[in-house]
Write a protein that binds this ligand. Structure first.
Ligand SMILES: [Cu+2]
Length: 115
């Protein structure tokens, strides 16, 4: 458990300390009961993207394995940023990964990865 949390902390520090490269995509997605805003994001394949998730109401979660985001990110009041580099094009649908109430099942984020 300790090793896991240290590794997690180091990964977080690395993610925060990573310089933003020219041309890097930056997208912020807000989560509230029961929607992601924007509801659709578009990323370029093979291009690094910094995704920031911020909750404005409730606690939610997201995982998008199709673009390399395989662990659930819990979205609370503190924004969380992750970097991904999508490896294939396609239209994917991510669902809220933390049960948040009656509208949970309708809480979707469409992720389009284009050339
Ligand atoms: Cu939910």
């Amino acid at each position: 458990m300790k090793i896991t949390s240290i590794a997690f902390t180091l990964a977080l520090v690395a993610a925060v300390a990573a310089p933003v490269m020219a041309g890097e995509q930056k997208v912020t997605v807000y989560a509230k009961n029961f929607a992601f805003t924007p509801g659709t994001i578009t990323l370029k394949v093979h291009q690094r993207a910094k995704l920031t998730f911020a909750g404005t109401q409730g606690t939610h979660g997201i995982t998008i394995p199709e673009i390399g985001l395989s662990k659930v990110i819990v979205i609370g009041s503190k924004p969380t940023s992750v970097e991904v580099t999508p490896q294939r094009t396609g239209n994917f649908i991510a669902r809220c990964a933390v049960y948040c109430g009656v509208g949970h099942g309708n809480m979707l984020l469409k992720v389009n990865v284009i050339k």
